[in-house]
Design a protein around this ligand. Structure first.
Ligand code: ARG
Length: 590
């Protein structure tokens, strides 16, 4: 068997073998965890207690869990990974990992690149549906969260070798276009034929005005409905107006994506429009959907509302499109994993969509390990510092462009001031790059570091803090580390190639090496639960571990300079990979 990428996986393999040798009949899966107290070891195997319970009363059963533990330990295959084991408590098996193992892993990271640390994935082709704002409406902080979380998940999947299709399922279809088109038609004496781009320059205002009329004028409402019908039947003027609106929205969305460095492929709701009729028919034929009170519905057990796949007036809605999309993604796109990133409020919607797709036979039974797999990645709200809904002082929705501008400006000011103070003023190009990296990085990191399900308070002051778990702190930490290597003036790769022997003698050296080697475990955990904060926690811990090391271990001019320099550079490389996954641009000098 090939070496596992994670240390945890490697230990699992060793204990699996020990368990099947010592207790072949029990068919125990190894339970491996990190040691809470590093004094006792690095990892522990926790099988003895449970296994003792299982064996109790049987013939020749062990007398106590410690006896079970002893038997497991003596069955461990020969290996160079574990340095020694010890028993603790009722029967915990503590393992200390050998320094030679850690040194070997760091050597591999340096020679084969950080990509060699990517844990393998069971899925080959993954669709990530994220960001997905709505045309003509403001892209709000909820979409910003989806964009940031989705991008990190997609980056990590790609790093682990998946072929990722990043889909922007924008809301570019639906009845709201009727009122928009009808309102646009009235802006010009000659109607839609005379429409100009400037008519849609301010989409929010257009939307609000059209909505007001739709709500207040019965006669306008009727005309808006007629416009929807014309649009759906392909009327050229209506289609042109619709396109104009979509283009204007697209430009606004793209401005945000460019700043954030996020790439996405637009495949909006309109893409699925031609499939809706067949999909609904298929659902009816298969008995998945039925007509109830005029509407075509899928009733899902445990849900108090049905999924409406066709409204009683014959129209199709959000749910119809999602049914067509899930089918298209698994059957045409051949995705073996489809991930949806939206606010947690949509969890019931996706539960129903997934259940309906299972009933239709497009997905395997619930709980099946067979692909295609589907996941809804829900997230909580972004709140203002007052703990209420995030709004501007005047009560309007916060414009994302302005939010990013402010983050960037604050970073610009603080970096410029710090550099001025230190007597080493920064030049304009460098300042601009630093301000973007820090400002946008801070916004992203502040979002990603929270457990995604909880609401979080948006606070510039907190996210731009120079100390603590912030992007700003981490970017400075990385720049300091890069500075150490720069100052040494040595080619670290040449040191590695020259066979520089690793010394992991000091406890802080060993701790740092361990933290570096644990990078793949953080990735594994993050993808298991689709929780980006696993990755930010890891990055922060790595940085803290580095700073403990650097406080106690002299690098430049010390005895172990070359060996320690390799450790320093390895830390920097793993940090940079983390930044990349988080969508943050690392800085080498601030
Ligand atoms: N446009 C939707 C919204 O703003 C999000 C779409 C998510 N994706 C999906 N396939 N339903 O809430």
């Amino acid at each position: 068997a090939g070496k596992a990428v994670t240390l945890r996986g490697e230990l699992s393999g060793l204990f699996k073998s020990a368990l099947s040798t010592a207790f072949p009949a029990a068919e125990e899966a190894p339970i491996i965890a990190s040691c809470n107290n590093p004094q006792f070891g690095d990892y522990q195997c926790n099988n003895a207690m449970g296994l003792f319970g299982k064996l109790k009363g049987k013939e020749g059963a062990p007398k106590n869990p410690r006896e079970v533990a002893t038997a497991i330990v003596s069955s461990l295959p020969d290996n160079s990974t574990i340095d020694n084991t010890s028993l603790a408590g009722p029967g915990f098996i503590n393992c200390k990992v050998s320094s030679a193992y850690l040194a070997g892993r760091i050597n591999a990271l340096m020679t084969q690149g950080v990509a060699s640390l990517a844990p393998p994935l069971r899925y080959k082709r993954v669709v990530v549906d994220f960001s997905s704002p709505n045309v003509a409406k403001e892209m709000h902080v909820g979409h910003l969260r989806s964009t940031i979380i989705g991008d990190t998940i997609a980056n990590t999947l790609e790093f682990c070798g998946a072929d990722v299709v990043r889909l922007n399922h924008i809301g570019d279809w639906g009845t709201q276009f009727g009122m928009l088109i009808e309102h646009m038609a009235e802006l010009r004496p000659g109607g839609l034929a005379e429409s100009r781009d400037e008519d849609v320059a301010d989409l929010q205002t257009l939307y609000r005005a059209a909505k007001k009329r739709f709500d207040e004028e019965e006669e306008f409402k009727v005309r808006a409905r007629e416009a929807v019908t014309r649009l759906q039947s392909g009327d050229e003027e209506c289609i042109a107006a619709w396109q104009r609106i979509c283009d204007a929205s697209r430009r606004e969305f793209q401005a945000i994506y460019s700043r954030l460095g996020v790439t996405l492929q637009e495949r909006g709701e309109s893409f699925y429009n031609p499939m809706l009729k067949d999909v609904v028919e298929e659902l009816c034929e298969k008995g998945v959907a039925e007509v109830s009170e005029g509407a075509t519905c899928v009733f899902v057990e445990g849900c108090d509302v049905p999924l409406i796949v066709q409204k009683s007036d014959g129209g199709y809605g959000y749910a119809s499109t999602d049914m067509a999309a899930i089918k298209q993604r698994v059957q045409q796109e051949k995705a073996d994993w489809v991930i949806y990133v939206t606010d947690i409020g949509q969890a019931p919607h996706f539960d129903m969509v997934f259940a309906a797709a299972r009933k239709a036979g497009w997905l395997p039974e619930k709980g099946s390990a067979q692909p295609p797999r589907v996941s809804h990645v829900g997230f909580g709200l972004v709140l203002g510092e007052d703990g209420k809904k995030f709004k501007t002082r005047s009560g309007d929705v916060v414009r994302l462009v302005e939010l990013l501008d402010e983050a960037k400006q604050r970073c610009r000011d603080s970096v410029a001031a710090r550099r001025e103070e230190s007597g080493d003023p920064i030049d304009e190009a460098e300042l601009e790059a630093a301000a973007c990296a820090m400002g946008y990085g801070a916004v992203k990191y502040a979002d990603l570091k929270n457990s995604r399900l909880t609401n979080y308070k948006f606070s510039f002051d907190a996210m731009l803090e120079l100390k603590g778990n912030t992007a700003v702190y981490l970017l400075y930490a990385h720049a300091r580390i890069a500075g150490i290597v720069r100052k040494a003036g040595k080619d670290v790769d040449a040191l590695v190639a020259g066979g520089e022997a690793f010394k992991l003698e000091h406890p802080r050296e060993r701790e740092l090496a361990m933290a570096i080697v644990q990078f793949p475990e953080a990735l594994e955990d993050m993808l298991e639960e689709l929780t980006p904060n696993r990755l930010t926690d890891y990055l922060y811990t790595l940085s803290e571990t580095f700073s403990n090391f650097y406080t106690e271990c002299k690098v430049l001019g010390g005895e172990a300079e070359d060996s320690r320099l390799i450790l320093v550079e390895a830390t920097a490389r793993v940090m940079r990979q983390c930044f990349k996954l988080l969508g943050i641009t690392p800085l080498y000098r601030i």
